[in-house]
Design a binder for this molecule. Structure first.
Ligand code: NAG
Ligand code: NAG
Length: 278
């Protein structure tokens, strides 16, 4: 019976009309019925964290299959295109670098394992433990500065490959009402902790191709001393992960009501008090 609904998900549409000289129409689509892939979880009942963990895993699995409204905005989930990163690190023991990363593609998020998803009863933000067996970042870099005392300046292709990544993520949210449902407005996504077992990397055209031999030995040096090299790149890796998860989560939670993840979530009025303008 449920299969007949496949591909016919009911969507609510709110149309905002602004008429001051010019008519501006903005349509906001959202789910009005709980999608079949999501289990029912209630935060004021026992076993919620286990249920919620499963629910977020199911959401990630579905993102991998493809949620049309998310695909429309960001393309496929894995490999996924990522925003450019402008990276600057000053006065650090291991690195002083400026780097621009463009044409970034990240692979590996489809294998994400949700280890735990805890939701706060106080503010309904959530803490998520994720495990990625492998993440690979491919792109173009433009870099100037030094890492591990080695002066670097060059531009070209870069890849960073990470094994066994444990991520502890904190998501902040502000609840709002839309069409009679409670929604999450994701306001921030922060990586609180990042652990991994190995980083491999290659920066093509280091030193602007002046010496292939020095380029090779420098890359080799980075891989042999990957722990130090990783410390230098850590803020960049964290920013990449935060960007991806913020973009995806904020889109998903404007689309799917919070009620479908936490059935007994309070309304914004119940949580923040009546008619308080924030
Ligand atoms: C990176 O981009 C900025 C502006 O987009 C530019 O000023 C800078 O020179 C670029 N290169 C590096 C290595 O920062
Ligand atoms: C979500 O939060 C942002 C920033 O705090 C705000 O600009 C935006 O209007 C909010 N969206 C909704 C639908 O509440």
């Amino acid at each position: 019976m449920n299969s007949t609904r496949h591909g016919h998900r009911p969507l609510g549409i709110i149309v905002i009309l602004c008429l001051n000289g010019v008519a501006l129409v903005s349509a906001v689509a959202f789910y009005t019925e709980k999608p079949d892939f999501l289990p029912s979880c209630r935060i004021y009942e026992p076993g919620f964290t286990k249920c919620s963990t499963n629910s977020i895993q199911k959401l990630l699995d579905q993102l991998n299959i493809g949620i049309p409204e998310v695909v429309e905005r960001f393309g496929p989930f894995d490999p996924m295109k990522v925003r450019d990163i402008v990276f600057k690190q000053d006065n650090n023991e291991v690195a002083t670098i400026r780097a621009n990363l463009t044409e970034l593609v990240v692979k590996g998020f489809s294998k994400t394992n949700v280890k735990e998803s805890r939701v706060s009863k106080k503010d309904f933000g959530w803490q998520t433990k994720l495990f990625l067996p492998k993440m690979r970042l491919d792109g173009k870099y433009d870099m100037a500065g030094r890492i591990l005392l080695i002066p670097l300046s060059g531009s070209g292709k870069i890849f960073i490959e990470i094994d066994d990544m444990d991520i502890l993520l904190l998501t902040k949210t502000r609840l709002y009402e839309k069409g009679g449902f409670t929604f999450d407005n994701v306001t921030s996504v922060r990586v609180q902790q990042l652990k991994l077992t190995k980083v491999r990397t290659y920066l093509d055209n280091l030193f602007n191709g002046r010496s292939k031999e020095v380029e090779r030995s420098t890359n080799q040096f980075f891989n042999e001393n990957w722990r130090d090299f990783y410390e230098a790149l850590k803020p960049l890796i964290i920013e990449t992960v935060e960007n991806i998860l913020y973009d995806v989560m904020s889109t998903v939670f404007h689309l799917i009501p919070a009620n479908f993840f936490v059935e007994d979530i309070p309304t914004p009025q119940q949580l923040y008090g009546p008619k308080k303008i924030s």
